[in-house]
Design a protein around this ligand. Structure first.
Ligand code: ATP
Ligand code: MG
Length: 357
């Protein structure tokens, strides 16, 4: 029987409350399938680890997870510790260390859920946003100088490389090609950012020559935000830089009803190292410890992990179980307008999975 070795890093806040339910769901699916199993290895890295050891994870942390088939990640961030330490010390260190250069975020309105968009617009939301995840505006290059003086400066340098743009564009084209509508929107801001973004456009124009079957259009990022709200049905696959896609995908998760349901995958498409799967929400300390965190984002990303591991049927089954629960609507967490806790929502999804088996 195939065994998938999964590195589990719940990390901070509600990350620690949604990931174990996610592991339960994965185990249930594997048991029902009978053809594969999971071996979970838990890592206690994160902000509490930082309090004890002065680092978010051990110096060889990236190497410790490199040999796994996938990484299942919770959330990172602590109100008392700067993001430069928490985010960069764990999540980004893993993404960059393993070169998970493609961040993929599917968005659609699950049955029964409400979007702030008008229903006739929201029903057409079925997007996947591809975010360049290794360089660009979040490359971490820059610095500070002349602190406290009138000439003080703060500098963030965006880094765009031909290799970086080419590989993410190719990835987005392949993904668009695998979807029924074969439609890709390439988002930049090349009217105002006249070096890196113009270069981005140039490199993408070269790559798309290999994809004549795709329906491709180009948008400036500001215009894209209005299109997502006013004409959501005209969008399918979206490619954007690290910063732009970060912003667009938060807008996307709002359109889909709640931050609590969104899922994301940090993929290493070369498969040289493991890919990392996480709900899109952060650590959300305002609700930590209350038992009300919505686990659906963690479940959806588990479905993405199953598909990535080659278990697409199992992933589809999990999505159907989630959709059955949202459609029924009687067991929903507070962020989706209900009053069920994390445990009850988990049990409802587990029951729905068992009834399919
Ligand atoms: P971070 O700083 O890591 O982004 P955060 O504390 O800002 O974390 P977010 O995840 O950005 O939290 O979420 C913003 C708010 O949305 C949270 O404070 C919480 O109230 C709500 N929220 C987010 N995720 C969930 C969830 N899974 N279930 C319920 N509510 C959630
Ligand atoms: Mg936040």
């Amino acid at each position: 029987m195939k065994t998938y070795k999964i590195a589990v890093i719940p990390a901070d806040g509600i990350g620690t409350e949604v990931i174990n339910p996610g592991c339960e769901v994965l185990e249930t699916i594997a048991r029902a399938d009978g053809g594969f199993r999971f071996e979970f290895t838990h890592f206690d890295w994160g902000s509490d680890y930082y309090r004890k050891h002065g680092v978010m994870m051990p110096a060889d942390g990236v190497d410790q997870v490199r040999g796994f088939d996938a990484i299942y990640f919770g959330a990172v961030g602590d109100p008392k510790i700067p993001d430069a330490i928490t985010l960069w010390g764990l999540r980004l260190a893993i993404c960059q260390g393993i070169d998970q250069y493609a961040n993929v975020r599917p968005t659609r309105l699950l049955p029964g859920l409400k979007s702030p968009l008008r229903a006739d617009l929201a029903k057409d939301v079925d997007w996947v946003i591809v975010r360049e995840n290794s360089e660009g505006e979040y490359a971490g290059a820059g610095g500070r100088a002349h602190r406290g003086l009138p000439i003080e400066v703060g500098l963030d340098v965006s880094i765009f490389t031909r290799t970086g743009i080419e590989r993410i564009c190719r990835f987005a084209c392949d993904l668009a090609r695998s979807r029924p509508r074969k439609k890709l929107t390439i988002v930049t801001k090349s009217n105002a950012q006249r070096h890196g973004m113009v270069f981005w456009d140039e490199v993408c124009r070269g790559v798309i020559k290999d994809y004549p079957d795709l329906d491709i259009d180009w948008m400036l990022v500001d215009a894209m935000t209005t299109r997502m709200v006013l004409k959501p049905g005209t969008i399918d696959t979206v490619l954007a830089s690290n910063l732009h896609a970060d912003v667009l995908s938060d807008l996307a998760s709002a359109v889909a009803g709640s931050l609590g349901i969104g899922a994301t995958a940090n993929l290493d498409p070369s498969r040289a190292g493991p890919s990392m799967f996480e709900p899109i929400h952060g650590s959300a300390f305002d609700i930590t410890g209350k038992g009300i965190a919505n686990p659906i984002g963690a479940f959806w990303t588990a479905a993405m992990m199953l598909e990535h591991l080659g278990q697409k049927d199992a992933g589809d089954r999990l999505m159907r179980a989630i959709e059955e629960v949202t459609a029924r609507g009687n067991v929903l967490p507070p962020d989706l307008g209900g009053n069920a806790g994390t445990r009850q929502v988990t049990d409802a999804v587990l029951a729905s999975l068992e009834s399919m088996a």
